[in-house]
Design a protein around this ligand. Structure first.
Ligand code: FAD
Ligand code: NAP
Length: 312
């Protein structure tokens, strides 16, 4: 039996793994379906993690040392897509994996984070991967010296618009309101960039194209319809939390959630189910930052250590 199962290997899961193994737990497995690192590895830059030697480095480079450090202290990475967590009568937990395997653990920390949301315009799904993208670092280069559009008004949209402006000939930043959620300092940077044209109070009505991919977007703007002939659009319209593994066979969640599907935790990252903890983007009131996810992971691991120590 595992002492502790950590589900997800982003900043929260890796930090939980570091604190759990350094805290003396011997049998700790981090279930991560991909490479450890989490969603920040898809970001073109990060500059707000305290103590960074290279502010502005890519998320991938920034996270590259985290796993090395964790494995040094004995954290095991099991490359697995977890499909469900259930609780047994003896209060242990069963972690069910996609391939049919399962493992039992005394305690679990859920750190499954979040994924980009779809915007919902006509043609978004049809052209996804053929002009519609949610990752500028991955796909930006395909549009070198071409015009592209970015949808959204949060930190991700504005930061990625600035990144794309370094590669593309022009970036149209489309946002449905005049006010932005993005940090003022980031917005200021974008406004000063000659290659970025702001199109506010506008939505994408339709993406159109042919077999080769996207050819353009029909926008609804305050001045009427606008046809934007771009081969690429990057959508950054928020995130959905990955809470599916907590869903039970009866359709209810294993622990209490809020109305947005985020896990309710206390300041020790404890859910209402003893032995089950949650950390990072998927918990209530998460600031959705690497620093806070990492902090959550550490707190959750310390709470799990305390919980396991007191089991008899
Ligand atoms: P995640 O990073 O989402 O990690 C969750 C992990 O769980 C993933 O690796 C996933 O593969 C794994 N997983 C999910 N479900 C399962 C399953 N069923 N089985 C196994 N594994 C599973 N924050 C900042 O502080 N500064 C920034 O500059 C910044 N820039 C960003 C730019 C972009 C483009 C994006 C998308 C986010 C950015 N963020 C930034 C936010 C930051 O990335 C997140 O807040 C942080 O990564 C959350 O960490 P997490 O560990 O909670 O979740
Ligand atoms: P976000 O803050 O939720 O912003 C989503 C944006 O998309 C909003 O501007 C929203 O408009 C718009 N939107 C939502 N649904 C839409 C739709 N269907 N069609 C068109 N527009 C739509 O998401 P995010 O930018 O991905 O950021 C997520 C979290 O990560 C945030 O907490 C953010 O601070 C954090 N993050 C931080 C950094 C950083 O610290 N440097 C970088 C990236 C992300 P409205 O504003 O009108 O609602």
């Amino acid at each position: 039996m595992l002492d502790l199962a950590i589900i997800g290997g982003g900043p929260a899961g890796l930090s939980a793994g570091l604190y759990a193994t350094r805290g003396g737990l011997k049998n700790v497995v981090m279930f991560e379906k991909g490479e450890p690192g989490g969603q920040i590895t898809g970001s073109s830059e990060i500059e707000n993690y305290p103590g960074q030697k290279n502010p502005g480095e890519s998320g991938f480079d920034f996270m590259s040392t985290w796993w090395t450090q964790c494995s040094h202290f004995g954290l095991v990475h099991k490359w697995a897509n977890v499909v469900q967590i259930t609780q047994n009568q003896d209060k242990t937990f069963t972690i069910k994996i996609e391939n049919g395997e399962s493992q039992i653990a005394k305690a679990v920390i859920v750190c499954t984070g979040s994924v980009p949301r779809r915007a919902g315009f006509v043609g978004e799904d049809k052209f996804f991967g053929r002009g519609v993208s949610t990752c500028a670092t991955c796909d930006g280069f395909f549009y070198k010296n071409k015009e592209v559009a970015v949808l959204g008004g949060g930190d991700t949209a504005v930061e990625e618009a600035i990144y794309l402006a370094n590669i593309c000939s022009k970036v149209y930043l489309i946002h449905r309101r005049d006010e932005f959620r993005a940090a003022p300092v980031t917005l200021e940077k974008a406004r000063k960039n000659d290659k970025i044209e702001f199109i506010t109070s506008a939505t994408i009505n339709e993406a159109y194209g042919d077999n080769a991919g996207l050819n353009g977007l029909i926008l609804n703007t305050k001045d009427g319809e606008r046809d934007l002939k771009v081969p690429g659009v990057f959508t950054f319209v928020g995130l959905d939390v990955n809470n599916g593994i907590l869903k039970q066979d009866d359709g209810l969640f294993l622990c209490e959630m809020d109305s947005n599907g985020q896990v309710k935790v206390d300041l020790k990252m404890r859910t209402n189910v003893p032995g089950l903890f949650a950390a990072g983007d998927l918990r209530i009131d998460a600031p959705k930052q690497v620093i806070s996810a990492a902090g959550d992971g550490a707190v959750a691991a310390l709470s799990a250590l305390n919980y396991i120590e007191n089991l008899h």
